[in-house]
Write a protein that binds this ligand. Structure first.
Ligand code: FAD
Length: 396
């Protein structure tokens, strides 16, 4: 670990864990492509987008689509068809820039496109997936309602038959990409249970007012979906999804991306704090030289590295076809919780500068508050793990 220069050698957290030794050439290439893309198209502006609460989502979606990032782990219909692990690594690089960018990609690929790919008719797939893969069309996924978040089984949005048509009424809440979407996958209660519907957003009666005043995920579009007598043809229903298991399978896909993604935020915070601590001097020496600071870096690096190892393990399990949803809960709970803790600790290392938008740390910490809550709150994932261990469901 020594170098010829005067300065002691330093390693990144990834080097310390020898993460590259666990990746294939293809995976490293995907990682490098996404990282370069973020450097060019996102990092120069993302702090300003965050401050303004604006995201040039349409333009960005096309750029992301050009390199095959939208629905990248899906097969056919213009999708790249990569491994799940490569998709996870892409999510990590996207979220290293901002959780809002990863959310755009997760919702497009893992929620909206996955729902159509897994449960849609051939006509749905042909109509929407190729355009969504290029970013020409944007999708959203409407499950959460104002009164039903963690417990979507109680949803009030209804789809009632009228002749051969369906008529949808209800309100969805906190919907990523809502107001910029061309198509919404909406889950609604029917006489035969919960079913999914493919709703073109120009259908009369559909509106998507944007949710303002967010203090987190500001570089991401979040909206309500209001459905007032939205009339759809019989074919609008997703034929292969029956009951809550449909949306829950989609959520499991998106959570898998978060298992990797959250670590991207953690990595950016860690690298920022390491650089800052190396140059910031107090009491006549760099603050990186104080034992208390080094203990923070050691603990954070351990949690970050363990998180990456867990994510890669789950990625390999998914690629081998053997990933249980409880295992995704292990990853989501641990990696988001620890990444948030890392972001907060890095904030302390930057002192007052840590609260400034000059540095990305507070932005990531604020974003991770949303990531802790969406795609199943940390409490819900703890209950999933608790049920797996005890056999007892403690949800109600
Ligand atoms: P609640 O369910 O009301 O929970 C509040 C608190 O109570 C939480 O701490 C929760 O863990 C706890 N709690 C609830 N039940 C229990 C229990 N049984 N035991 C212990 N604790 C419990 N949804 C979509 O459908 N599509 C999207 O695209 C989407 N994007 C989002 C984007 C953002 C930025 C955010 C913040 C949310 C988004 N969501 C989306 C919604 C998200 O999935 C919900 O916020 C989440 O499921 C939690 O629901 P809730 O906010 O209603 O909280």
């Amino acid at each position: 670990m020594s170098t010829s220069s005067q300065r002691p050698a330093s390693m990144t957290p990834d080097q310390l864990f020898a993460i590259d030794s666990l990746l294939s050439e293809e995976e490293k290439e995907v990682r490098g492509t996404v990282r370069a893309m973020m450097d060019k198209h996102v990092l120069p502006d993302v702090a300003q987008w965050y401050e303004d609460g604006q995201l040039p989502a349409r333009e960005l979606a096309r750029t992301l689509g050009e390199v095959g990032l939208l629905g990248m782990h899906l097969q056919g219909y213009g999708c790249a068809g990569t491994s799940a692990t490569a998709y996870g690594l892409a999510c990590l690089e996207l979220e290293a820039a901002d959780s809002g960018i990863r959310s755009l990609v997760s919702v497009q690929g893992s929620l909206a496109m996955f729902a159509i790919h897994a449960f849609g008719s051939e006509a749905h797939k042909e109509q929407w997936l190729p355009r969504m893969a290029t970013g020409e069309a944007i999708g959203c996924f409407g499950l959460t309602e104002p009164d039903h978040g963690s417990d979507p089984a109680g949803m009030r949005t209804t789809a009632r038959r009228d002749g051969s048509d369906w008529v949808l009424n209800g309100t969805k809440m906190w919907i990523t990409n809502g107001s910029i979407s061309d198509v919404a996958v909406v889950w609604a209660r029917t006489e035969e249970g919960i079913r999914g519907f493919v709703v073109p957003t120009d259908t009369p009666g559909f509106s998507a007012p944007e949710i303002e005043r967010k203090m987190s995920l500001r570089a991401s579009v979040t909206s309500e979906l209001v459905l007032r007598d939205v009339r759809l043809p019989a074919e609008a229903m997703l034929p292969q999804a029956r009951g809550l298991s449909g949306p829950l399978r989609c959520l499991n896909e998106a959570r898998f991306g978060i298992v990797f993604g959250a670590l991207g935020s953690a990595r950016t915070c860690l690298l920022t704090a390491l650089e800052y601590a190396g140059t910031r001097e107090q009491f006549d020496r760099p603050i990186a030289g104080f034992q208390l600071t080094q203990a923070k870096f050691a603990d954070m690096t351990l949690e970050y590295g363990k998180g990456v190892l867990l994510a890669l393990h789950l990625g390999r399990r998914k690629d081998a076809g053997g990933l249980a949803h409880q295992q995704v809960s292990l990853g989501k709970l641990n990696n988001v919780r620890e990444s948030l803790e890392i972001a907060r600790t890095c904030r302390t290392i930057l002192g007052a500068s840590g609260i400034s938008a000059e540095y990305p740390v507070m932005r990531h910490a604020n974003n991770l508050e949303s990531v802790l809550t969406y795609e199943g709150t940390s409490e819900m994932h703890a209950l999933v793990i608790g049920q797996a261990l005890t056999g007892i469901a403690a949800f109600r």
